[in-house]
Design a protein around this ligand. Structure first.
Ligand code: KG4
Ligand code: ZN
Length: 349
């Protein structure tokens, strides 16, 4: 079986990104280029991502970013086996920019198009980094999603648990706002938490011990708000509150992943099971450490891609393209961008 070379494009949120990846499943693959332009500055003043600003910034940057990715990879478009772009879920204006550009390139170069689900791209990233066989247990923790799934094959996912309110990254971003830290708050909370005592404030551990593997973070956010807004709360308490919040998120994640490990083992009787962690929140060092300890305790191997491949990037989209290309899973030029596109629906789409 030969290697496949795919150009990937990612524009579903506030990163304009393009990458060229070469390889074949089950991995690992080789990243020939990975260019990411963050729009952080454009959105800074608004404390979050403004969809219209994001879409316009994608339009302005996309051509240059793709050119840079092709140049850095030092390949000719004639060597591409396909052009892959995120087709959802995400901010629809941005998704349209990336997908439409991919369609134009696909048509112009005469290469097949692959419409990639952003969540599947996060889910498969670990196979670009290391050789990991299906099935594996996946914890997907990002700004918009918080899910535990069995990844059975490309396009085949079984959902064990999801959040009943906020996503983990959203909880980090909201807690950061209460601590007057700029968006995106996750990385800033992580830094501040290093200087604090995680036991300083007793915060709830949402869903801990509950049946199933669902998550909830809104009660934790409310508890953080009550403390941060109380008259007694001093500036010097901020690091302690950041550490206590992060500690509560970690305890909750560890409990829920532990429950999903039992579900996975009951369904997949195999000597070596692997836990894969993906999505922006998987860039957090303390979370990586806690999940690594849990995996060791429960006899799971663990794979967490390096932080730059956990947050949004186009290499993951290109790799999802490689996997789909290898299986002959191409899409028509008429395929539509999707604001919502749950992973569990992929198997039937
Ligand atoms: O996967 P991602 O880049 O975009 C989405 O698809 O959502 O994830 C972004 C999320 C944001 O909520 C951000 O605050 C969070 O990931 N994040 C982190 C860290 N780095 C990014 N959360 C906690 N600790 C971090 N180091
Ligand atoms: Zn993402």
């Amino acid at each position: 079986m030969r290697d496949f070379t795919v150009l990937g494009i990612e524009t579903s949120c506030d990163e304009t990104a393009a990458a060229v990846v070469r390889g074949r499943a089950p991995g690992p693959g080789k990243i020939l280029s990975n260019v990411v332009l963050s729009q952080l500055e454009e959105h800074k003043a608004y404390g979050g991502v403004v969809p219209e600003i994001a879409a316009r910034a994608h339009v302005e940057a996309i051509d240059t970013i793709i050119e840079a990715a092709i140049e850095e990879a030092n390949v000719s478009p004639s060597t591409f086996d396909a052009v892959a772009a995120t087709a959802g879920p995400g901010l629809i204006g941005g998704v349209m920019v990336g997908l439409t550009t991919a369609k134009a390139l696909s048509l112009g170069w005469g290469k097949p198009l692959i419409a990639v689900n952003h969540l599947e791209a996060h889910a498969l990233t670990a196979r670009m980094v290391a050789r990991i066989e299906f099935p594996y247990l996946l914890l997907l923790i990002s700004g918009g999603h918080c899910q535990l799934l069995a990844v059975e094959s490309v396009g085949q996912f079984r959902l064990y648990g999801t959040t009943i309110d906020d996503a983990a990254g959203e909880a980090f971003d909201k807690a950061a706002k209460l601590l007057e830290l700029p968006y995106p708050g996750g990385p800033k909370i992580e830094v501040l938490a290093r200087k604090g005592n995680p036991k300083a404030f007793p915060l709830p551990r949402p869903m801990k011990g509950r049946e199933g593997a669902d998550f909830s973070f809104s009660g934790l956010k409310t508890a953080v708000r009550q403390i941060a807004k109380s008259a007694a709360f001093a500036d010097t308490d901020r690091a302690d509150l950041a550490a206590s919040f992060q500690g509560a998120v970690i305890d909750s994640l560890v409990d829920r992943v532990g429950a999903a490990m039992t579900m996975f083992r009951n369904e997949h009787d195999r000597p070596l099971a692997t836990l894969v962690v993906a999505g922006g929140v998987a860039a957090n060092g303390a979370i990586r450490e806690a999940l690594t300890a849990l995996a060791k305790e429960r006899g799971f191997a663990i794979e967490i891609p390096p932080p730059a491949l956990c947050t949004d990037n186009a290499a993951m989209v290109a790799w999802a393209g490689v996997e789909r290309c290898q299986l002959g899973l191409f899409d028509s030029l008429g395929c539509a961008p999707k604001a919502r596109w749950p992973l569990a629906s992929l198997s039937t789409s």
